[in-house]
Design a binder for this molecule. Structure first.
Ligand code: SAH
Ligand code: SF4
Ligand code: F3S
Length: 447
């Protein structure tokens, strides 16, 4: 006799979540998991066995949406075999009115937005009972919802949202449209959660926000981001504190000083430059100049020894000329980022840049991206080579994804280090001598 999983598990319904996009979505998926388990669903890692498949989507670039639609097509076919299968779709794509008609035809049963994740359990129960299409997306929510329960990724590092939304409206960016206005969580809630995380055995936390430097605006707590870093730094059990993202226009001297002086706050600042030409920066609505950025880099490097500065860069913003692109290359060569995420500009309906004339053609964008990557990868490799022969203090994260025989760890400046070691080192800070450097990782041995 063959006993199905469902019988063994007392016919409990199973769910799986497919997460796309940034760390905010990773964190939201942990909250979604908590809510689904709250209504009796249990997680399965196999998509074929799931009674409920949740897509947590991203719409930052066209390619992100394409990935979702591709997978959705595949999953919708599974309904032929299993008519009881429920498909739910949330995240940033769900917030976009122009995707609404396409979603209705795609086999999705439930669409929920970024502002009403808390409604998902009700929507799931209702859709399971009635088998009708549920589209429940709020266009805005000025409140911050505190979730009682979540199921975090196992490991040594945990994410904490400190704020939601964004008010910056960079001309290319869809995020303010999908995540709404900026609002901060109360510091007490963040500290409560940090303590919980420490008690659960996590060693590192990453504070998340689209622009963490404007944390606390709109609250009457009087706590700004630098103050929050200090409060989090004081939580016992947490050994490392990271944060992302820092908008260059809002990096204050107080913040730089806090990073330099707080022992657990890692020497790494992700501070996207986006473009190296002042006209392009202005058209992007970034509100800083290349001169300001260079000054900032100088200050950060002077005050925080060993700091890593990383960036996001966009090529082919509407109207970007060859000379203006060269200004980006020039900045990359001058600043020498430890790492950078590089993107081709992607038109996002509803943003200011979508209606700008002089869109750069795809072939040209590809050429610029390849050129930029050549320059940046070379720099990253050179920076990594400076580590050879040196000793790095690393936090051991787990076994390496690419080589199960090896362990993976991270330096305070966020470089990945691969080395031979035992699994009982996971969660510990140890010293490793770097023996070899590559573009994206370092290799070493325990000292
Ligand atoms: N809040 C963060 C970024 C969030 S989006 C910040 O301000 O730094 C992550 C990155 O995606 C951005 O930094 C930008 O480089 C890139 N990005 C956003 N919209 C894009 C678009 N329309 N085309 C290409 N890249 C984009
Ligand atoms: Fe997008 Fe700019 Fe806000 Fe970052 S700061 S999320 S790039 S609008
Ligand atoms: Fe994508 Fe939304 Fe994050 S658009 S990058 S999932 S905030």
């Amino acid at each position: 006799m063959k006993i199905s999983d469902a019988e063994v598990l007392g016919a409990q319904k199973t769910y799986t979540i497919l997460t796309y996009g940034c760390q905010m979505n990773v964190r939201d998926s942990e909250i979604i998991a908590g809510m689904l388990e709250g209504i009796g669903y249990i997680r399965t890692l196999s998509i074929e066995n799931a009674d409920l498949i949740v897509f947590n989507t991203c719409s930052v670039r066209h390619s992100a949406e394409n990935k979702v639609f591709g997978k959705l097509g595949e999953v919708a076919l599974m309904k032929k075999k299993n008519p009881d299968l429920l498909i739910a779709l949330g995240g940033c794509m769900a917030q976009l009115p122009e995707v609404k008609p396409r979603l209705k035809k795609s086999g999705v049963d439930i669409v929920f937005g970024t502002h009403n994740i808390h409604e998902l359990p009700f929507l799931v129960q209702d859709a399971a009972a009635k088998r009708t299409y549920h589209y429940q997306v709020w266009s805005e929510n000025s409140e911050v919802i505190e979730y009682e329960r979540s199921i975090r990724r196992p490991g040594v590092s945990a994410f904490i949202n400190i704020m939601y939304g964004c008010n910056n409206f960079c001309a290319y960016c869809i995020v303010p449209h999908t995540r709404g206005r900026e609002r901060s969580r109360h510091p007490e809630e963040i500290i409560r959660e940090t303590k919980e995380i420490a008690e659960a055995g996590y060693k590192e936390i990453t504070l998340l926000g689209q622009n963490v430097n404007s944390y606390g605006k709109g609250l009457d707590s009087g706590v700004d981001f630098a103050d929050l870093l200090r409060m989090v730094n004081d939580v016992d059990g947490i050994e490392r504190v990271r944060f992302t993202t820092s908008h260059p226009k809002d990096v204050s001297d107080k913040l730089i000083h806090s990073i330099a002086s707080l022992n657990k706050v890692c020497e790494h600042i992700h501070m996207p430059l986006q473009a190296g030409n002042n006209e392009v920066l202005q058209a992007m609505n970034r509100k800083y100049t290349r001169e300001h950025y260079l000054e900032l880099v100088n200050k950060v490097r002077t005050e925080i020894p060993g700091v890593a500065i990383t960036s996001d860069l966009i090529v082919g913003f509407p109207g970007e000329t060859e000379e203006q692109f060269e200004d980006t290359l020039d900045m990359v060569k001058r600043i020498r980022f430890d790492a950078a995420f590089t993107f081709m500009y992607s038109i996002r309906t509803g943003t200011k840049a979508a209606s700008m004339e002089a869109q750069v053609n795809l072939e040209e964008k590809r050429r610029r991206l390849t050129k930029l990557n050549q320059v940046q990868y070379q720099i990253a490799e050179e920076i990594n080579q400076q580590w050879e022969g040196k000793i790095a203090e690393v936090l051991v994260e787990g076994t390496s994804k690419t080589n199960r025989q090896k362990m993976t760890a991270r330096t305070r400046s966020n470089q990945i280090v691969i080395f031979s070691g035992d699994e009982d080192l996971i969660g510990k800070q140890i010293n490793v001598r770097i023996t070899k450097a590559k573009t994206f990782s370092l290799f070493g041995e325990i000292v």
